[in-house]
Design a protein around this ligand. Structure first.
Ligand code: 6R9
Length: 653
């Protein structure tokens, strides 16, 4: 990519605002700059030292066995129980009365808090029920539930008995659920009648019933009564949670499992073809998530109230709602519903109510709040926040600055964290007490992590150039394989650049060697021989005061190979923009980046197509831009969005 991205990347590099940590923040931070030196001196020993934060039933003999690369074994010979590390040990240490979760249901007034002691008991109950149903260590259990406490209980109960879970996001279809159940051969499904979203019930049990028509080997389901709607219960197969778990024995003797015992399988979405079942194992994963939560969010478990506003059905929820926070004895918030239910200040009301001090969410949410206007968060007391984070997509500099200003009161560090389902925990991020953050840059590989940007031939590019992001060293929370398909694991991640993990993201090193993520490699456009990153042009558009959100695609063009087509949502204050807005924005991009990046077409839309984890589905916009029938929309959060966009285009034409 070296010949290339030139003009586009120069613009990102010209983003020169930096936000150094305040001396007060730096003075109280959990880690200082010496942590990088410690890790660089001996990476493996560094991780061996960090592993002391876990409670081991049997100590490990070797930190890393990489002799069968790319198949890693971390903490060889060690044994522990993940649930004991997340729960029992905290109760034993006298923290039983600490709140583990403040649960906020979507229906107004539906809230409850659960302490570490109560959560431990509930997990023991569920573990007893699963064992009673014949689930043994190594058996897979599928979980298809809303954002409620029982979902956490279900996951930890599986971990406790060594049965890997596969959580399927509650918005997925019966077909997607069945495919996942079959792929990992789960025989038990934990679910609920439904959940609440935007004031309406999202039915779950009926979807399970439909999925199970294709899964004859599933012998039992356990169903949480959440909404109270009528559901059909199949005799001999379906049990109620309240008839089984809630009445079960509250103690359970946990067994220790090997450090490499499988913890869960998480299917990645959004790619074409068969979903990949990403396998994570026990000790390395728990270490990666708990250590990075402590390090990057500067966690003070005694006083912080921590909120990762992501669904438990995604890796962000697994790592930073459940495993990392619980291993650290954190008090967290779980919110079931939508950010605008019943009003657009719902998140800020929650921050105010619980005194949330650390907030972690996705750029798509931040851009939505920008669109709704700064006057909404301004109505709430957000002074408890002391650090805010971003994950899931590149954060446009303008969104970063807005987030820091209007949510972080112009004072809190912002951590832009790059990682993936496959990496298990944060890989590239500023350290809030050390790094002067640059809006839009994820900055540096964390201590103990090796990252680089390479060209087509796999050579490290010099500072100031772009290429492919790779990870150069194994790390404790890395995926171990693709469930049932080790060859696909090797091929997908380790063959493009032998010996290096290929992340599938484009990235650039700026003049200081700091890392900027540029989106998936397949989001890179080639316009008249110039490679342009979608992220880059989107950021330029979002930097215009009239624009709240933008998605850019490369549409085929007879002359230039590809041409830039931009879909924009205007900010509330900008009204519908009028016909001149497209011209104005085209010139704006030309001025910001260069004529080569000037969009051929700008379409003002009301919504953008997003996956349920908030990533823009550019593939569908490309279909629109190239006048094709729109492809598979089943992974969209709102499948009607594409009709709206098409409708809008017809009128425009
Ligand atoms: C955690 C999560 C992974 C992909 C990843 C990249 C994008 C995530 C990012 C980011 C730029 C960041 N991504 N964090 N891009 N800056 N801070 O999102 O996992 O759903 O597997 O997605 O998300 O493209 O490759 P997952």
């Amino acid at each position: 990519m070296t010949d290339t991205t030139t003009s586009a990347l120069d613009n990102l590099a010209s983003e020169d605002r930096t936000f150094p940590p305040s001396p007060e923040f730096a003075a109280q931070a959990n880690v200082d700059a010496s942590i990088y030196a410690e890790a660089d001196a001996d990476r493996v020993a560094f991780w061996g030292e960090r592993a002391k934060r876990l409670t081991w039933a049997e100590p490990f003999e070797q930190v890393l066995d990489w002799s069968d690369a790319p198949f890693a074994k971390w903490f060889v010979g060690g044994k522990l129980n993940v649930a004991v590390n997340c729960l029992d040990r905290h109760v034993e240490a006298g923290l039983g009365d600490r709140v583990a979760y403040h649960f906020e249901g979507e229906p107004d007034g539906d809230r409850s808090s659960v302490t570490y002691r109560e959560l431990t008991e509930r997990v023991c109950q569920a573990a007893n029920v699963l064992e009673g149903l014949g689930v043994q260590a190594g058996d897979r259990v599928a979980i298809y539930m809303p954002m409620i406490l029982e979902t956490v209980v279900a996951m930890l109960a599986c971990a406790r008995i060594g049965a890997p879970h596969t959580v399927v996001f509650g918005g997925f279809s019966a077909d997607a659920l069945a495919t996942r159940i079959l792929d990992c051969d789960a025989r038990v499904v934990l679910t609920a009648d439904g959940g609440w979203r935007k004031g309406a019930e999202v039915p779950l049990k009926p979807v399970v019933d439909e999925a199970l028509e294709r899964c004859p080997d599933v012998r039992t389901t356990v169903v949480v009564k959440r909404t109270g709607s009528d559901v059909a219960m199949v005799d001999g197969r379906d049990l109620w949670w309240h008839d089984t778990v809630d009445v079960a024995e509250r103690t359970h003797e946990a067994q220790a499992f090997d450090a490499e015992h499988p913890l869960y399988v998480m299917y990645t979405s959004g790619t074409t073809g068969k979903p990949k079942g990403i396998l994570h194992t026990s000790a390395g994963y728990l270490l990666g998530t708990s250590w990075t939560q402590w390090e990057v969010f500067d966690l003070k478990p005694e006083t912080d109230v921590y909120w990762t506003a992501a669904d438990i059905g995604w890796v962000t929820g697994h790592s930073y709602v459940v495993y990392g926070p619980l291993a650290n004895a954190t008090t967290s918030v779980i919110y079931e519903g939508a950010p605008d239910a019943p009003h657009k200040g719902r998140w800020w009301e929650i921050v105010e109510r619980y005194g949330v001090s650390i907030l972690y969410c996705a750029p798509t949410a931040i851009r939505t709040f920008m669109k709704w206007g700064a006057d909404i968060p301004a109505k709430y007391d957000l002074s408890s926040l002391r650090i805010i984070g971003s994950v899931g997509e590149p954060i446009n500099p303008e969104a970063y600055v807005w987030y820091r200003e209007h949510i972080g009161s112009g004072r809190t560090p912002v951590v832009d964290t790059w990682w993936q389902t496959e990496t298990g925990s944060l890989m590239i991020s500023p350290l809030p007490g050390v790094t002067a953050g640059k809006p839009g840059a994820a900055m540096k590989a964390l201590p103990g992590i090796g990252a680089d940007v390479v060209d087509d031939a796999g050579n490290s590019v010099p500072d100031g150039s772009g290429g492919y992001l790779v990870l150069t060293e194994p790390w404790p929370s890395m995926l171990r394989t693709i469930w049932g398909d080790p060859e696909r694991y090797r091929e997908t991640y380790w063959s493009r650049f032998p010996g290096k993990y290929f992340a599938g993201d484009g990235a650039k090193k700026d003049a200081d060697g700091d890392l900027w993520l540029l989106g998936r490699v397949d989001d890179v456009m080639n316009v008249a021989g110039h490679r342009l990153s979608t992220t880059e042009i989107e950021s330029a558009l979002v930097a215009n005061p009239k624009v709240a959100e933008a998605a850019v695609v490369g549409a085929s063009d007879e002359t230039t190979g590809q041409a830039v087509v931009a879909f924009v949502i205007l900010r509330g204050e900008a009204g519908d923009g009028g016909p001149e807005v497209a011209t104005e924005l085209r010139e704006w991009v030309a001025k910001q980046i260069g004529k080569i990046a000037r969009p051929r077409q700008i379409l003002v839309v009301a919504e953008l197509p997003k996956t349920r984890s908030g990533k823009i589905m550019r593939r569908l916009l490309r279909d629109v831009a190239e006048n094709r029938p729109v492809g598979d929309v089943t992974t969209l959060a709102d499948t009607t969005v594409m009709d709206t966009i098409r409708g809008g285009m017809a009128t425009a034409a």
